[in-house]
Design a protein around this ligand. Structure first.
Ligand SMILES: *Cc1c(COP(=O)(O)O)cnc(C)c1O
Length: 389
């Protein structure tokens, strides 16, 4: 079955007079057992992973969404979580113990880094950050006897550097180290980490999967059943579960994900190409552009692109930037992305990173291109760039 068909079919009710097209919302804490035997055996035979036994381990809506994402990811098991960030922290903490070491790309989502430095640090696990463009040989030199996980994100948050995922996965496998990847940017439609041998694929479903800027949710998919159970146990132990309503909203948003992404990436490429030629712009950070240093890797491994990219302006003048951003009509200022609407975010440098701090420019801009007509977006940006001077 092709992805577009999957997006329509997955996670639905059956067909029948009492079966609406969409699985209804099952709000529940308590599930009633028909008799004592079934109550006492409710967790037997792995039922806790599949059946609905108590609201805090997921109702029908969480199961349906997890099954849909699992099939999209080509996974052996998937768990939905209360946020993208908790998907990150549950995945890492499921496989890292006191005394362990993990290698993390320097360009990961900021809160993932904070979790490692703060929480894992307090628990006695060490994190080493590596530049996303590192060679396999240099990465191998960072491996310690207690290295248990290599954590990836491509392209990187805010600065969009690509990574050579197959090379890193080959190295990890040869050394018996697990890999995890935050794949929020590409979504399972445009990159499937598990197909590339990554062990754990993480999604902030908050972004393109839910797709409408009204849900916070995460997903963790595993390529192997034993590892899937380990991660699911971790999320259940911590009581990390999204509400049935949010699962319903996410499945509903997912139905249109492929058409949204197709349209948004087309518009984003138009806008990015236009920005790249503007005299006010120093660089556009977007792997689908031929000029981007990560273009070859993106083209080799990915089937498409998110509509999210970075922009570096030539001028570092704050007054001009404020005039530009405050006057935009279609790009509202906001931190998130992946919804139907265009957004802009501005980050101060230096970034909280070990190596790639970008301290030579004062601001990094990030644009998310939504479903508006690209002509309107270009006119908005043209006027905005005009306000810089
Ligand atoms: C937004 C984001 C997250 C966190 O998702 P939330 O649902 O906001 O917690 C994780 N990783 C990446 C790359 C993100 O952009």
């Amino acid at each position: 079955m092709k992805d577009e068909t999957r997006l329509v079919q997955l996670g639905r009710s059956g067909v029948g007079f009492e079966q609406p097209v969409n699985l209804p919302v099952y709000r529940a804490s308590t599930i009633m057992s028909p008799d004592l035997d079934s109550y006492l055996n409710r967790f037997a035979d792995g039922r806790r992973y599949e059946k609905v036994t108590y609201g805090a381990t997921g109702t029908q809506n969480a199961r349906a969404l997890a099954d849909a994402v699992n099939q999209l990811e080509h996974g052996a098991g998937c768990m939905v979580t209360a946020s993208g960030l908790s998907a990150v922290t549950m995945a890492i903490s499921a496989v890292i113990n006191t005394g362990d070491h993990l290698l993390m790309a320097d360009t990961v989502y900021g809160p993932a880094r904070r979790f490692c430095n703060d929480y894992l640090g307090r628990m006695g696990a060490d994190t080493t950050y590596f530049a996303p463009g590192i060679s396999a040989a240099d990465l191998e030199a960072l491996i310690r006897p207690n290295t248990k996980l290599i954590y990836l994100e491509a392209p990187g948050s805010l600065t969009f550097e690509m990574q050579d995922i197959p090379a890193i996965v080959a190295l990890a496998k040869s050394r018996g180290i697990l890999t995890a990847m935050d794949n929020t940017w590409a979504t399972p439609l445009y990159f499937r980490p598990l197909d590339f041998g990554v062990d754990i694929s993480i999604q902030a479903g908050t972004k393109y999967i839910a797709g409408h800027s009204d849900v916070i949710i995460g997903m963790i998919s595993m390529g192997d059943e034993a590892l899937a159970k380990r991660v699911m146990d971790q999320t259940m132990m911590f009581g990390d579960i999204p509400s049935p309503d949010d699962c319903f909203m996410t499945l509903r948003g997912m139905r249109t994900m492929s058409v949204r992404l197709e349209r948004q990436q087309r518009s984003a490429l138009t806008v990015a190409r236009w920005l790249e030629k503007r005299p006010e712009v120093a660089r556009v950070l977007y792997p689908p552009l031929e000029s981007d240093p990560g273009h070859a890797l993106w083209k080799r491994d990915f089937n498409g692109a998110a509509s999210l990219f970075g922009v570096v302006l030539k001028s570092g003048d704050y007054d001009g930037l404020r005039r530009m951003i405050n006057g935009l009509e279609h790009f509202h200022i906001g931190s998130s992305w992946g919804g139907f609407e265009s957004l802009v975010a501005v980050n101060r440098t230096p970034l909280d990173r070990a190596e790639l701090t970008w301290s030579d420019v004062p601001f990094l801009l990030r644009f998310h291109v939504g479903l508006e007509d690209p002509d309107d977006l270009l006119a908005d940006l043209e006027a905005g760039l005009g306000r810089l001077a």
